[in-house]
Design a protein around this ligand. Structure first.
Ligand SMILES: Nc1ncnc2c1ncn2[C@@H]1O[C@H](COP(=O)(O)OP(=O)(O)OP(=O)(O)O)[C@@H](O)[C@H]1O
Ligand SMILES: [Mg+2]
Length: 272
């Protein structure tokens, strides 16, 4: 079943907001959804009503070999939440080092989640390159990169459009999941924001899957600790999020396209 990684080379661009919004939108579309927080900030839970004082979570329990099922939290929106869990700087570093040494520490339980029929796993990643991204990219159906319509983001576009964000060289090209971009916080009132968004759209073409308006309804939804589509369903940002989820969902379906005609391709000796 599909794994959607929400990632970015940049921090503070809206990865957690988009992860929570998409997980909620998929649940509204009738899908079983696990929202997995892989960022030591432990912030995804806040979008689903978990009290700030509640620090329990799955990822911090990984080194103990804990069963992820024991950490699943049902939420009002129907999303099954797997919080990261609270941790200090030292344990966050230790955890990343352990996943760097042994990617299966994280990849094995995520494979089990993906084996559950009909389930979409939406994973919120920490900013930038991380052992978590390296461990899960080979399992992902799609990587959604969140960027802002600003110069710091556009400076990173070549790294993203040439695939370097997920690795280098031919091996990365063979193993890398499809990568798409969403532009978040497009400010309709700012000429620079609009012009930058238009330039990004021209540069990325179909790789740009969506754009979300900058709006107070988004931080307000977080302050109320509920997903945006629930908090302000009529807002422009909520409509943009719904459009994004409608664009992402079909890309998460297993492909049903018929295999290419055998005559068109040369034989691959021994294996096909
Ligand atoms: N479309 C939007 N309009 C207005 N504010 C937004 C929008 N999207 C996100 N924000 C706000 O921007 C801030 C950062 O968002 P978020 O935490 O989702 O980013 P992030 O990429 O997950 O950050 P980090 O790299 O720290 O994990 C939050 O305060 C959020 O409410
Ligand atoms: Mg975040």
């Amino acid at each position: 079943m599909p794994l959607l990684l929400v990632a970015s080379p940049k921090g503070g661009v809206g990865k957690t907001t988009v992860s929570a919004g998409l997980a909620d939108a998929f649940a509204r579309a009738g899908r079983r959804v696990i929202a997995l927080d892989l960022d030591p900030q432990n912030a995804l839970r806040l979008h689903f009503g978990v009290p700030v004082q509640d620090h329990t979570g799955f990822v911090v329990a990984l080194p103990r070999g804990a069963d992820w099922r024991a950490f699943l939290r049902p939420t009002e929106s129907g999303v099954l939440l797997l919080p990261h869990g609270g941790c200090d700087l030292r344990s966050a570093l230790d955890l990343h080092a352990a996943i760097g040494r042994e990617p299966d520490l994280l990849a094995a339980p995520v494979r089990q989640m993906l084996a559950e029929s009909g389930t979409i796993v939406v994973a919120d990643l920490p900013p930038g390159a991380s052992p978590v991204l390296a461990a899960l990219a080979p399992l992902a159906s799609l990587v959604l990169v969140v960027l802002l319509p600003d110069s710091a983001s556009t400076a990173l576009l070549p790294e993203i459009s040439q695939g370097r964000f997920l690795g280098r060289g031919t091996l990365a090209a063979l193993g890398a999941p499809p990568l798409y971009v969403v532009l978040n916080q497009v400010d309709h009132a700012s000429a620079l924001s609009r012009r930058t968004a238009e330039a990004v759209a021209r540069h990325l073409g179909p790789r740009l899957l969506g754009a979300i308006a900058r709006e107070d309804s988004v931080p307000e939804a977080l302050a109320w600790q509920r997903p945006l589509l629930r908090h302000a369903p009529g807002s422009a940002a909520a409509r943009d999020l719904a459009d994004l989820s409608a664009a992402v969902l079909p890309l998460l379906q297993p492909t049903t396209a018929p295999a290419p005609a055998a005559a068109a391709a040369p034989p691959i000796l021994g294996i096909g």
